[in-house]
Design a protein around this ligand. Sequence first.
Ligand SMILES: Cc1cc2nc3c(=O)[nH]c(=O)nc-3n(C[C@H](O)[C@H](O)[C@H](O)COP(=O)(O)OP(=O)(O)OC[C@H]3O[C@@H](n4cnc5c(N)ncnc54)[C@H](O)[C@@H]3O)c2cc1C
Length: 304
Amino acid sequence: MTSTIGRALLAVTDRAPVRKLLTDTAAGRRLSHRFVAGESLDQAADVAARLNREGRQVSLDHLGEHVSDRTEALAAKDDYLACLDRISADGLDANISIKLTQLGLGFDDGLATDSLRELAKRAAATGTTVTVDMEESRYTEATIVAYEAVQSELGNLGIAVQAYLYRSRADLDRLIPLGGHIRLCKGAYAEPPDVAYQRKEDVDAAFDRLLRVLMASPQVRPAIATHDDDRIALAIALAAEREEPWEFQMLYGVRRDLQERLIRENHHLRVYVPYGSAWYPYLTRRLAERPANLVFFLRATVGR
Ligand SMILES: Cc1cc2nc3c(=O)[nH]c(=O)nc-3n(C[C@H](O)[C@H](O)[C@H](O)COP(=O)(O)OP(=O)(O)OC[C@H]3O[C@@H](n4cnc5c(N)ncnc54)[C@H](O)[C@@H]3O)c2cc1C
């Protein structure tokens, strides 16, 4: 969910000089290392192994989105196949999270669906699952259509649902009967008022409504993806009435104190671990969620 300051920040980080400042300075790279495991699969596998040793499951995200040609889209699929093979070879307790625009959604939806199917098959052979991230609202319908096609065939997928979208309650009615895991998040993009709630309290209320629906749905494994104390407290309260498995999900580098507390309290926690060279758009979304992150960066860059 993006505040007014966050929206302004997303617009500013789109400008070339700001991008250069964040990508070409040591302070910018340090900031990225807080949220991104590294540029290589080796670095991501090391971070995943460490998190596993600390009792956390992992979802590996090979960063990238909005690719514009077939060659790039197929290369992204190959990167994910390599990631699944690495999960298997290293015995990691991990799955993968993917963005369908990285696999061709937007210019060839059929290609993206075929690649999703291939990844789901490889994940099944590896004994793991694939989560489909949810991107900007112009891709929501196509993402769900691709998900429905592959999930009804193979069954080892999950998908993210964004609480800020008005459509999400109806989307749950389509998604829940398909089983799998459903990741409930607030939503990270700047969306217009005709498709999404704008005020934090409205997004939080929508999140809680969807959370209640998911926790009362035995067919799915709810994945509660938030760092918000009040939403987390409600999830724990609702879980008292639930016998089937569910989990928390949090982002690598965010609210590490809270992550440790939930582990100590024996909750299932999966950490979303991004890696790869295309980290800039991901970083800007993390900055927009908490503009104070940028203040720390600017202090470090200009020497306060
Ligand atoms: C595992 C996971 C997967 C996600 N997948 C998607 C997806 O597929 N599509 C999508 O649109 N969004 C996704 N998101 C992002 C999500 O939509 C929110 O933008 C993000 O999680 C921040 O919202 P929040 O629920 O933590 O609540 P907020 O109210 O934004 O934050 C609650 C508290 O968490 C802390 N916090 C939150 N963000 C940060 C940060 N960046 N840096 C430091 N502290 C922070 C702050 O203390 C804040 O007060 C995902 C989030 C998670 C955890």
